[in-house]
Design a protein around this ligand. Sequence first.
Ligand code: FE
Length: 285
Amino acid sequence: MNVRPIRQFAPAFEVTEGAGVTVHRSIGTPALRNLDPFLMLDHFSSANPGEYIAGFPDHPHRGFITFTYMLDGHMEHRDSMGNRGDLKAGGVQWMKAASGVIHSEMPQQTNGLMRGFQLWINLPAREKMSAPAYQEFSAGAIPEVVLDGARVRVLAGEFNGRHGVIDDPATDVRYLDVTLAADAHFNLPLGDPYTAFVHVFEGSVHLADESLPVQTLAVLGPGDTVAIRAGADGARFILVAGRPLGEPIVQIGPFVMNTRAEIEQAFADYQAGRLVQTRATMTGH
Ligand code: FE
Protein backbone atom coordinates (compact mmCIF):
# COMPACT_ATOMS: atom_id res chain seq x y z
CA MET A 1 0.00 0.00 0.00
CA ASN A 2 1.39 3.33 -1.07
CA VAL A 3 -0.58 6.09 0.66
CA ARG A 4 -1.11 9.23 -1.40
CA PRO A 5 0.52 12.22 0.36
CA ILE A 6 -0.65 15.82 0.35
CA ARG A 7 1.00 17.49 -2.64
CA GLN A 8 -0.37 20.97 -2.07
CA PHE A 9 -2.69 22.88 0.24
CA ALA A 10 -4.97 25.26 -1.65
CA PRO A 11 -6.35 28.17 0.35
CA ALA A 12 -9.86 29.40 -0.45
CA PHE A 13 -10.23 32.98 -1.67
CA GLU A 14 -13.41 34.99 -1.25
CA VAL A 15 -14.79 35.91 -4.68
CA THR A 16 -17.92 37.81 -5.66
CA GLU A 17 -19.78 36.18 -8.54
CA GLY A 18 -23.10 36.46 -10.35
CA ALA A 19 -25.22 39.40 -9.17
CA GLY A 20 -23.25 39.67 -5.91
CA VAL A 21 -22.85 36.24 -4.35
CA THR A 22 -19.92 35.54 -2.04
CA VAL A 23 -18.19 32.23 -2.77
CA HIS A 24 -14.99 30.65 -1.47
CA ARG A 25 -12.82 29.50 -4.39
CA SER A 26 -10.01 26.98 -3.93
CA ILE A 27 -9.46 25.69 -7.49
CA GLY A 28 -9.27 28.40 -10.15
CA THR A 29 -7.20 30.88 -8.13
CA PRO A 30 -3.69 32.31 -8.60
CA ALA A 31 -2.47 29.67 -6.10
CA LEU A 32 -4.05 26.78 -8.02
CA ARG A 33 -5.00 27.85 -11.55
CA ASN A 34 -6.55 24.48 -12.38
CA LEU A 35 -6.22 20.84 -11.43
CA ASP A 36 -6.68 18.85 -14.63
CA PRO A 37 -9.47 17.81 -15.30
CA PHE A 38 -10.91 20.24 -12.73
CA LEU A 39 -11.13 23.94 -13.53
CA MET A 40 -12.79 25.49 -10.52
CA LEU A 41 -14.20 24.65 -7.09
CA ASP A 42 -16.47 27.13 -5.34
CA HIS A 43 -17.80 26.51 -1.86
CA PHE A 44 -20.75 28.62 -0.81
CA SER A 45 -21.75 28.73 2.82
CA SER A 46 -23.85 31.49 4.27
CA ALA A 47 -26.54 32.04 6.86
CA ASN A 48 -27.11 35.57 5.52
CA PRO A 49 -29.52 35.68 2.53
CA GLY A 50 -28.18 39.16 1.69
CA GLU A 51 -24.93 37.47 0.62
CA TYR A 52 -26.50 35.17 -1.96
CA ILE A 53 -30.14 35.93 -2.76
CA ALA A 54 -29.32 38.01 -5.87
CA GLY A 55 -28.05 34.75 -7.37
CA PHE A 56 -26.69 34.08 -10.82
CA PRO A 57 -29.08 35.49 -13.45
CA ASP A 58 -28.83 34.35 -17.10
CA HIS A 59 -25.21 33.68 -18.10
CA PRO A 60 -23.47 31.51 -20.71
CA HIS A 61 -21.10 28.53 -20.49
CA ARG A 62 -19.19 26.64 -23.20
CA GLY A 63 -16.63 23.83 -23.21
CA PHE A 64 -17.04 22.13 -19.82
CA ILE A 65 -19.37 20.66 -17.17
CA THR A 66 -20.76 22.29 -14.03
CA PHE A 67 -21.36 19.90 -11.13
CA THR A 68 -23.39 21.40 -8.27
CA TYR A 69 -23.98 19.74 -4.91
CA MET A 70 -26.37 21.40 -2.45
CA LEU A 71 -25.88 20.76 1.26
CA ASP A 72 -28.45 23.24 2.63
CA GLY A 73 -30.99 25.57 1.08
CA HIS A 74 -32.01 25.13 -2.54
CA MET A 75 -31.29 26.47 -6.00
CA GLU A 76 -33.75 27.14 -8.78
CA HIS A 77 -32.32 26.48 -12.22
CA ARG A 78 -33.50 27.29 -15.73
CA ASP A 79 -31.57 26.78 -18.93
CA SER A 80 -31.65 27.16 -22.68
CA MET A 81 -32.18 23.40 -23.05
CA GLY A 82 -35.62 23.93 -21.54
CA ASN A 83 -34.78 22.36 -18.17
CA ARG A 84 -36.35 23.78 -15.04
CA GLY A 85 -34.88 22.32 -11.89
CA ASP A 86 -35.09 22.95 -8.19
CA LEU A 87 -32.00 21.50 -6.59
CA LYS A 88 -32.78 20.85 -2.93
CA ALA A 89 -30.58 19.98 0.06
CA GLY A 90 -28.60 16.81 -0.60
CA GLY A 91 -29.33 16.92 -4.33
CA VAL A 92 -26.89 17.03 -7.21
CA GLN A 93 -26.91 18.59 -10.67
CA TRP A 94 -24.58 17.81 -13.58
CA MET A 95 -24.80 20.16 -16.53
CA LYS A 96 -22.70 19.50 -19.60
CA ALA A 97 -22.57 22.92 -21.20
CA ALA A 98 -20.46 21.62 -24.13
CA SER A 99 -21.27 23.71 -27.26
CA GLY A 100 -23.28 26.22 -25.28
CA VAL A 101 -25.85 26.75 -22.56
CA ILE A 102 -27.35 29.90 -21.10
CA HIS A 103 -28.77 29.35 -17.64
CA SER A 104 -29.75 31.00 -14.37
CA GLU A 105 -28.98 29.66 -10.91
CA MET A 106 -31.02 31.37 -8.22
CA PRO A 107 -30.35 30.34 -4.60
CA GLN A 108 -33.29 30.14 -2.22
CA GLN A 109 -32.91 30.08 1.52
CA THR A 110 -34.17 27.39 3.87
CA ASN A 111 -34.07 28.81 7.43
CA GLY A 112 -31.56 31.33 6.07
CA LEU A 113 -28.92 28.71 5.39
CA MET A 114 -27.39 28.10 1.93
CA ARG A 115 -24.46 25.73 1.60
CA GLY A 116 -22.94 23.67 -1.19
CA PHE A 117 -20.26 23.25 -3.84
CA GLN A 118 -19.90 23.94 -7.53
CA LEU A 119 -17.15 22.10 -9.40
CA TRP A 120 -16.21 22.79 -13.03
CA ILE A 121 -15.01 19.71 -14.92
CA ASN A 122 -13.23 20.14 -18.22
CA LEU A 123 -14.29 18.36 -21.41
CA PRO A 124 -11.87 16.82 -23.92
CA ALA A 125 -11.46 18.70 -27.22
CA ARG A 126 -13.59 16.15 -29.05
CA GLU A 127 -16.57 16.94 -26.78
CA LYS A 128 -16.32 20.69 -26.34
CA MET A 129 -18.68 21.40 -29.23
CA SER A 130 -20.95 18.39 -28.65
CA ALA A 131 -24.59 18.63 -27.59
CA PRO A 132 -25.33 19.82 -24.03
CA ALA A 133 -26.83 17.43 -21.49
CA TYR A 134 -28.34 17.65 -18.03
CA GLN A 135 -28.72 15.30 -15.06
CA GLU A 136 -30.35 16.18 -11.74
CA PHE A 137 -31.02 13.90 -8.77
CA SER A 138 -32.66 14.54 -5.41
CA ALA A 139 -31.14 13.51 -2.07
CA GLY A 140 -33.23 10.34 -1.81
CA ALA A 141 -31.83 8.96 -5.07
CA ILE A 142 -28.19 9.11 -3.97
CA PRO A 143 -26.73 5.81 -2.68
CA GLU A 144 -25.29 5.82 0.82
CA VAL A 145 -22.73 3.34 2.09
CA VAL A 146 -22.56 2.97 5.88
CA LEU A 147 -19.35 1.48 7.26
CA ASP A 148 -17.83 1.38 10.74
CA GLY A 149 -17.74 5.06 11.76
CA ALA A 150 -18.29 6.29 8.20
CA ARG A 151 -21.20 7.34 6.03
CA VAL A 152 -20.42 7.82 2.35
CA ARG A 153 -22.80 9.42 -0.14
CA VAL A 154 -21.85 8.29 -3.65
CA LEU A 155 -22.62 11.18 -6.02
CA ALA A 156 -20.53 10.06 -9.00
CA GLY A 157 -18.35 7.05 -9.77
CA GLU A 158 -18.13 3.92 -7.66
CA PHE A 159 -17.53 3.22 -3.98
CA ASN A 160 -17.69 -0.16 -2.23
CA GLY A 161 -19.65 -1.70 -5.08
CA ARG A 162 -22.24 1.10 -5.19
CA HIS A 163 -22.50 3.33 -8.23
CA GLY A 164 -23.23 7.03 -7.93
CA VAL A 165 -26.17 8.63 -9.70
CA ILE A 166 -24.08 10.83 -11.97
CA ASP A 167 -22.47 9.26 -14.98
CA ASP A 168 -19.48 11.26 -16.19
CA PRO A 169 -17.73 9.18 -18.87
CA ALA A 170 -15.30 11.73 -20.34
CA THR A 171 -13.09 12.05 -17.24
CA ASP A 172 -14.50 9.21 -15.12
CA VAL A 173 -15.21 11.53 -12.19
CA ARG A 174 -15.66 10.08 -8.74
CA TYR A 175 -17.34 12.37 -6.18
CA LEU A 176 -17.92 11.21 -2.60
CA ASP A 177 -19.36 13.05 0.43
CA VAL A 178 -17.83 11.37 3.48
CA THR A 179 -18.90 11.82 7.12
CA LEU A 180 -16.61 10.28 9.75
CA ALA A 181 -17.15 9.77 13.48
CA ALA A 182 -14.38 10.91 15.85
CA ASP A 183 -11.08 9.15 15.05
CA ALA A 184 -12.74 6.93 12.41
CA HIS A 185 -10.71 5.74 9.42
CA PHE A 186 -11.52 5.94 5.71
CA ASN A 187 -9.52 4.07 3.06
CA LEU A 188 -9.99 4.02 -0.68
CA PRO A 189 -7.88 2.35 -3.36
CA LEU A 190 -7.26 5.16 -5.85
CA GLY A 191 -4.22 4.93 -8.08
CA ASP A 192 -2.51 7.05 -10.69
CA PRO A 193 -3.14 8.73 -13.01
CA TYR A 194 -6.27 9.95 -11.23
CA THR A 195 -6.12 13.53 -10.00
CA ALA A 196 -7.62 13.65 -6.51
CA PHE A 197 -8.42 16.26 -3.89
CA VAL A 198 -10.04 16.40 -0.47
CA HIS A 199 -11.91 19.42 0.88
CA VAL A 200 -12.87 19.30 4.57
CA PHE A 201 -15.97 21.31 5.42
CA GLU A 202 -16.76 20.09 8.95
CA GLY A 203 -14.29 19.01 11.66
CA SER A 204 -10.76 18.07 10.69
CA VAL A 205 -8.80 15.09 9.36
CA HIS A 206 -5.32 13.59 9.33
CA LEU A 207 -4.13 12.63 5.88
CA ALA A 208 -0.77 10.90 5.37
CA ASP A 209 0.49 12.17 8.78
CA GLU A 210 -0.48 15.76 8.06
CA SER A 211 -3.44 17.51 9.56
CA LEU A 212 -6.00 19.10 7.30
CA PRO A 213 -8.17 21.74 8.96
CA VAL A 214 -11.72 22.74 8.04
CA GLN A 215 -12.29 24.77 4.83
CA THR A 216 -9.00 23.65 3.35
CA LEU A 217 -8.44 21.81 0.11
CA ALA A 218 -5.61 19.30 -0.22
CA VAL A 219 -4.38 18.09 -3.60
CA LEU A 220 -3.13 14.53 -3.31
CA GLY A 221 0.19 13.32 -4.68
CA PRO A 222 0.93 9.99 -6.39
CA GLY A 223 0.22 6.63 -4.77
CA ASP A 224 -2.39 3.92 -4.84
CA THR A 225 -4.50 4.51 -1.70
CA VAL A 226 -6.23 7.41 0.02
CA ALA A 227 -6.04 7.00 3.81
CA ILE A 228 -7.82 9.49 6.06
CA ARG A 229 -8.48 9.57 9.80
CA ALA A 230 -10.95 11.94 11.40
CA GLY A 231 -9.92 14.30 14.20
CA ALA A 232 -11.39 14.24 17.70
CA ASP A 233 -14.56 16.04 16.60
CA GLY A 234 -15.18 13.86 13.55
CA ALA A 235 -15.15 15.23 10.02
CA ARG A 236 -17.11 15.74 6.85
CA PHE A 237 -15.34 16.17 3.52
CA ILE A 238 -15.70 15.71 -0.20
CA LEU A 239 -13.24 13.45 -1.99
CA VAL A 240 -13.16 14.06 -5.74
CA ALA A 241 -11.08 12.29 -8.38
CA GLY A 242 -10.92 12.35 -12.18
CA ARG A 243 -8.75 11.34 -15.10
CA PRO A 244 -6.59 14.24 -16.39
CA LEU A 245 -7.07 15.27 -20.02
CA GLY A 246 -3.56 16.60 -20.68
CA GLU A 247 -4.84 19.15 -23.21
CA PRO A 248 -4.18 22.91 -23.43
CA ILE A 249 -6.63 24.99 -21.39
CA VAL A 250 -7.64 28.49 -22.43
CA GLN A 251 -10.19 29.86 -19.97
CA ILE A 252 -11.73 33.29 -20.21
CA GLY A 253 -14.74 33.97 -18.04
CA PRO A 254 -17.48 31.43 -18.70
CA PHE A 255 -15.78 29.79 -21.70
CA VAL A 256 -13.09 27.07 -21.51
CA MET A 257 -11.60 25.90 -24.79
CA ASN A 258 -8.25 24.63 -26.13
CA THR A 259 -7.18 27.69 -28.13
CA ARG A 260 -7.51 31.45 -28.03
CA ALA A 261 -9.29 31.41 -31.42
CA GLU A 262 -11.99 29.10 -30.02
CA ILE A 263 -12.54 31.52 -27.11
CA GLU A 264 -12.89 34.42 -29.54
CA GLN A 265 -15.41 32.32 -31.48
CA ALA A 266 -17.36 31.70 -28.28
CA PHE A 267 -17.59 35.44 -27.53
CA ALA A 268 -18.58 36.15 -31.15
CA ASP A 269 -21.23 33.42 -31.05
CA TYR A 270 -22.60 34.73 -27.74
CA GLN A 271 -22.78 38.32 -29.01
CA ALA A 272 -24.52 37.17 -32.18
CA GLY A 273 -27.04 35.04 -30.28
CA ARG A 274 -25.56 31.82 -31.70
CA LEU A 275 -24.05 30.35 -28.54
CA VAL A 276 -26.93 27.97 -27.92
CA GLN A 277 -26.86 25.45 -30.75
CA THR A 278 -28.67 22.46 -29.31
CA ARG A 279 -31.47 21.74 -26.97
CA ALA A 280 -31.36 18.52 -24.95
CA THR A 281 -33.58 16.60 -22.64
CA MET A 282 -33.31 16.17 -18.91
CA THR A 283 -32.60 12.89 -17.18
CA GLY A 284 -32.72 12.04 -13.50
CA HIS A 285 -35.37 12.45 -10.85
FE1 FE B 1 -23.49 28.88 -14.28
